[in-house]
Design a protein around this ligand. Structure first.
Ligand SMILES: Cc1cc2nc3c(=O)[nH]c(=O)nc-3n(C[C@H](O)[C@H](O)[C@H](O)COP(=O)(O)O)c2cc1C
Length: 216
């Protein structure tokens, strides 16, 4: 039941207390859990780089500066997935009082990604570039376990693929070697509890649409 509670309790957090530092011991404890994740041939393909304090400040400034001059390089979702993207947008922006036609308001909300939603700890999730698609499954398993470990310690998080949209910026500021592919960011901190977008109950498809059982 403890596991089920942790799974239900985790939510993507999009506003953190900037001035409440994240205890490193809690992050390390969550990493201790995450490293037990399964992976292809036990390759353990995950590699995380964390930035706090001045390093986080440099990263945020560099991302904001880049975002002012060009669009991030993220691969768009295929149009077949538009409906879930729109539904999430409606729910997220709706909770913030940002209307559908308020393009500037939406843009500002998206741009808050570059500040890691004010989280004092900014994580970068990497994988050895020589590995393949299937190995990112292992990174994902590691990441979910890590997030649950954080959640069980009262810490909020938000996975952020947008951060991988400026890989060279992240790489340069944090001296991440080119041999690592940057998969996503992860914002970590204490949630501002009463911020409406921190309490979204984002819909999921039912279990019977996630899998089929073939018996004969
Ligand atoms: C791989 C991945 C990338 C994501 N990228 C972003 C992102 O760039 N910005 C953001 O605000 N949320 C991002 N999210 C959070 C998702 O929107 C969120 O997990 C989803 O809507 C379900 O909501 P929940 O996490 O609150 O259950 C990402 C999540 C994952 C797993």
């Amino acid at each position: 039941m403890e596991l089920e509670h942790a799974v239900h309790a985790r939510r993507s957090i999009r506003l953190f207390h900037a001035d409440r530092a994240v205890p490193r011991a809690d992050v390390v404890a969550a990493l201790e859990l995450a490293r037990l994740a399964p992976s292809n041939s036990n390759s353990q393909p995950w590699h995380l780089v964390f930035a706090s304090g001045a390093a986080r400040g440099r990263l945020v400034s560099a991302l904001l500066a880049e975002a002012r001059v060009r669009e991030p390089e993220n691969t768009p979702l295929p149009t077949e997935f538009d409906s879930s993207r729109y539904a999430l947008g409606e729910q997220l922006y709706g909770s913030l009082g940002i209307a559908r036609e308020d393009a500037l308001g939406r843009r500002r909300a998206v741009e808050f990604n570059w500040r890691f939603y004010n989280a004092p700890l900014a994580g970068i999730v990497c994988m050895d570039r020589r590995l393949h698609h299937v190995d990112s499954l292992g990174v994902g398993m590691f990441l979910q376990t890590f997030l649950l470990g954080l959640s069980a310690r009262g810490l909020g998080s938000c996975v952020q693929v947008l951060i991988a949209g400026f890989p060279h910026v992240v790489r340069e500021v944090l001296a991440i070697p080119d041999s690592y592919e940057i998969l996503c960011g992860v914002a970590i901190g204490y949630a501002v509890e009463d911020f409406p977008a921190n309490n979204l109950d984002v819909a999921r498809k039912p279990a019977d649409e996630c899998a089929i059982f073939v018996d004969q």
